[in-house]
Write a protein that binds this ligand. Structure first.
Ligand SMILES: Cc1cc2nc3c(=O)[nH]c(=O)nc-3n(C[C@H](O)[C@H](O)[C@H](O)COP(=O)(O)OP(=O)(O)OC[C@H]3O[C@@H](n4cnc5c(N)ncnc54)[C@H](O)[C@@H]3O)c2cc1C
Length: 498
């Protein structure tokens, strides 16, 4: 018998479970796949062909790592890698969050003025990301009613913003609704540099660098990465979930894999437990879901159990995934430099890649991000919209693979000859294999009307739902978006407070 059932064993569920187990609760996680980790998994597609299936890298928030003592449970070190923009003429732009000479020299090759401004830009991004981090850990009120207990943390957040100083305070507030292009135009003159930063902004989002709100996603992705390039985990991103599972088991928690929840059981608007796809029922006083809000509320609870207006809001959560992945097993001679490599040569190129998604088409000249781990090259492909207007993903896999390989090969001349095997994951695979509704890796787009007190929907940012003792802890709720574990930490705090 568990006190608390948690649906899914993604990183946010595992983080929430660990905080609750640390507080003495009996926690049981139920995961539909055979492996824990959700989107952050290292998988073997064939013998000798192993890759971080979806996610190229990342790091949990440092306070979560230390609160949960994850280093002791096997969490390896992660290292920041540079972002390298490859250009068609063979030149490269190499960016890091440092102001080391190698970065400045790389920028100087495109603009001496931009190289001078880089240290101030990096300092601003650090400040802005730290404010966003504080906002993500601040419980958001159920507007329009703000209680005294909710008002205090909000006031503290306001003080933190004020503490940035008048100039940076306004810069941060202005950055959120701006486009990444407008934001970078205020700092830099080089289109190559603006495009590379624009690429960071739109990673994982169905937005272009000219879209309003891509200023916000730039700050968000910068916060999660700690700079422009990814943080790579030694041994693969799956080691994070392994450490969280080991820590949870040491605290007395349990994880059941290959255990799909079919129904969240309720009685008179109060949670009672879950019914599995196998028919087995498991009772618990509290259920927390790390699956996306739409799947949780509409598929597992069911519209008849929920207030009509709430159902309408849940149906209206914008999912719109447009990311695919193409993994290449090579003979090792792929020629990829060491870093987060992007094909984003100009702002116009990246915006045009996004234009295709607006019309329900796969980009023919996509924004690509390539990372290598030994002989395996992984290509992150945008934009590949989940909902294709004139085709379906069953027919488009070979086109996706061809476009990805041709685009990468245009900047990496050795790549094509080195390829031995290809494994692609379409947005439909993201939904069917990884449980992501509409292939949306953030369980709901990171856009201005779905952030802070409006995430997952207005009035419900407190991790609670209209069903008593049913909570949400995944990516789609406040603090979520990316691998940070912040929404899992926040949800555990809300449950413990209640
Ligand atoms: C291609 C790609 C690139 C990415 N790049 C980055 C990046 O650069 N930086 C970054 O920070 N983040 C990135 N992300 C996003 C990041 O991986 C996720 O934000 C994070 O892992 C989400 O964790 P989660 O626990 O909230 O959800 P998930 O990992 O989605 O976990 C949810 C779990 O619930 C399970 N589940 C769903 N329904 C049920 C059910 N009915 N019964 C039982 N189990 C169920 C699912 O199988 C899954 O394991 C990327 C994601 C993808 C796909």
């Amino acid at each position: 018998m568990a006190d608390i059932i948690i649906i899914g064993a993604g990183l946010n569920s595992l983080v929430a479970a660990n905080y609750l187990a640390k507080a003495g609760k009996q926690v049981l996680l139920l995961e539909r796949r055979a492996i824990a980790g959700g989107q952050a998994v290292t998988e073997t597609f064939k013998p000798g062909f192993t890759a971080d299936a979806l996610h190229a890298g990342g790091q949990l928030r440092p306070d979560i790592i230390s609160d949960l003592d994850l280093a002791r449970h096997g969490l390896p070190e992660s290292r920041s890698e540079p972002l390298i923009s490859l250009l068609p003429d063979g030149r490269q732009l190499r960016l890091t969050a440092d102001t080391e000479e190698v970065t400045l020299a790389s920028i100087r090759a495109f603009s001496a003025k931009d190289a001078e401004r880089w240290p101030a830009f990096v300092a601003f991004m650090r400040e802005a990301a730290s404010f966003l981090d504080a906002a993500y850990r601040t419980p958001m009120p159920r507007l329009p009613h703000v209680s005294m207990s909710e008002g205090l943390p909000l006031a503290q957040l306001g003080l933190k913003l004020r503490g940035l100083g008048a100039r940076d305070m306004f810069r941060v507030i202005r950055a959120l609704p701006m486009s990444a292009l407008e934001l970078t135009e205020e700092w830099f003159e080089s289109d190559v540099l603006r495009a590379a930063i624009g690429a960071v902004a739109i990673h994982g989002a169905t937005l272009g660098p000219m879209s309003a709100g891509s200023g916000y996603t730039l700050l968000h992705n910068w916060l999660n990465r700690g700079g422009p390039g990814h943080r790579r985990v030694a041994g693969g991103v799956g080691r994070i979930a392994e450490a969280l599972v080991a820590a949870l088991k040491a605290r007395g928690g349990q994880v059941r894999t290959e255990t799909e929840v079919a129904t969240i059981l309720t009685d008179d608007q109060r949670v009672q437990g879950v019914r599995l796809a196998s028919g087995e029922e498991i009772r618990a006083a509290i259920v927390i879901s790390g699956a996306d809000p739409r799947h949780t509320l509409l598929d597992l609870v069911g519209a008849p159990e929920l207030p009509p207006e709430f159902v309408w809001h849940t149906q209206s959560i914008k999912m719109r995934g447009a990311v695919a992945k193409v993994h290449l097993l090579t003979d090792g001679n792929h020629g990829l430099p060491d870093g987060t490599v992007v094909i984003a040569p100009s702002v116009r190129y990246v915006e045009r890649a996004y234009d295709a998604a607006k019309y329900g088409q796969m980009s023919t000249a996509p924004y690509l991000e390539a990372t290598a781990d030994g002989p395996v090259v992984s290509l992150h492909f945008q934009f590949a919209p989940y909902a294709l207007r004139d085709s379906e993903w069953g027919q488009e896999r070979s086109v996706l693979e061809r476009v990805a390989i041709d685009t990468a090969a245009s900047a990496l001349p050795q790549l094509k000859a080195s390829i031995r095997e290809v494994k692609s994951l379409t947005p439909l695979d993201l939904e069917q294999t990884y449980g992501l509704t509409e292939g949306d890796l953030n369980h709901g787009q990171l856009i201005l009307d779905q952030m802070f007190f409006m995430r997952p929907m207005p009035g419900w940012s407190t991790h609670k739902t209209p069903i008593d003792n049913l909570y949400l802890c995944g990516n789609g709720v406040h603090g979520g978006g990316g691998l940070s574990g912040a929404s899992g930490r926040n949800a555990a705090a809300a449950v413990l407070k209640a």
